[in-house]
Design a protein around this ligand. Structure first.
Ligand SMILES: [Zn+2]
Length: 275
């Protein structure tokens, strides 16, 4: 097949059920529910995501209609073998390029690429907090990756005297910035899964929440970088930071992994880097 190597790897994984579908993530216990986030009609396995989900079907109908006719009964591998049998390599390339596109498009059928690397030249910092009720403590997790998805550092820290979930989410952003600032990073995008806080930090007006002083501190630190902004990420896009925050349970204070990460989140990193 004359397609980019990323697409070849994708094709291989799609045919071997090796994509980070919700179904596969559920099997590995990263998520509790596998119901497709787009149509809510079925569990998201490979064939649902690539072929039979509503948005995917629309793409196929427009670009390679024979797949729409076949998809209800066949897997991607079946369809690929059928096309190969006809000896039409062009169609086979088209099949996998479209399937890859279905996974990639932010507003298409792509339920699977939840985390995306930052634009070229920027680093991305994902942060999250977790409250350990039984211990009356909380933890934060951060992970810094470059525009190719390579891990620059990951860290988790246990926090005391945390009163609520919003506070720990803000502390996570603050700690992430405190770790990144001494590194002299010029351009940084921060991702948090708390929409409320991201809105508050993006807002130019004076903070209104209970933790206004934390919001102000975060804004001040962000201004010390050449370019820095914060954006919201879905829960699944932030799952590595979430895993790091939960891992804080196991550390005494602050632990940093340079160019690396704890073994327990290896699989989530793997699923982020898939596509
Ligand atoms: Zn669906």
């Amino acid at each position: 097949m004359n397609v980019p190597s990323r697409v070849k790897v994708f094709a291989w994984r799609a045919c071997k059920n090796g994509l980070p579908t919700l179904q596969n993530l559920k099997t590995r216990k990263f998520v509790k529910e596998a119901t497709c986030e787009w149509c809510k009609e079925d569990d998201e396995d490979t064939d649902h995501a690539l072929l039979s989900c509503k948005t995917a079907r629309e793409v196929w109908a427009a670009l390679l209609p024979e797949v729409t006719r076949d998809a209800s009964h066949k897997s991607l591998l079946d369809i690929a073998m059928q096309i190969q049998f006809r000896g039409n390599n062009g169609d086979l390339e088209k099949l996998f390029l479209i399937a890859w596109g279905v996974c990639q498009k932010p507003n298409g059928g792509k339920a699977m690429c939840r985390w995306l690397p930052s634009e070229q030249g920027m680093l991305k910092l994902n942060v999250d907090g977790a409250v350990f009720a039984s211990q009356q403590r909380a933890g934060v997790g951060v992970i810094l990756r470059d525009d190719k998805g390579e891990v620059i550092l990951s860290a988790c820290k246990k926090e005391n005297d945390i009163n609520d979930h919003l506070e720990i989410e803000l502390i996570a952003i603050l700690r992430g910035l405190q770790i990144c600032l001494p590194l002299g990073i010029p351009q940084l995008v921060i991702e948090s899964d708390s929409l409320l806080l991201v809105d508050e930090i993006q807002n130019d007006k004076a903070p209104r929440s209970l933790h206004g002083n934390l919001v102000t501190q975060i804004k001040q630190l962000m201004q010390r970088l050449q370019k820095c902004f914060i954006q919201h990420s879905g829960r699944l896009g932030n799952s590595v930071a979430h895993g790091m925050a939960r891992h804080a349970w196991n550390v005494d204070d602050l632990v940093t992994w340079w160019g690396s990460y704890p073994h327990c989140i290896a699989q989530v990193i793997w699923s982020d880097s898939m596509l």
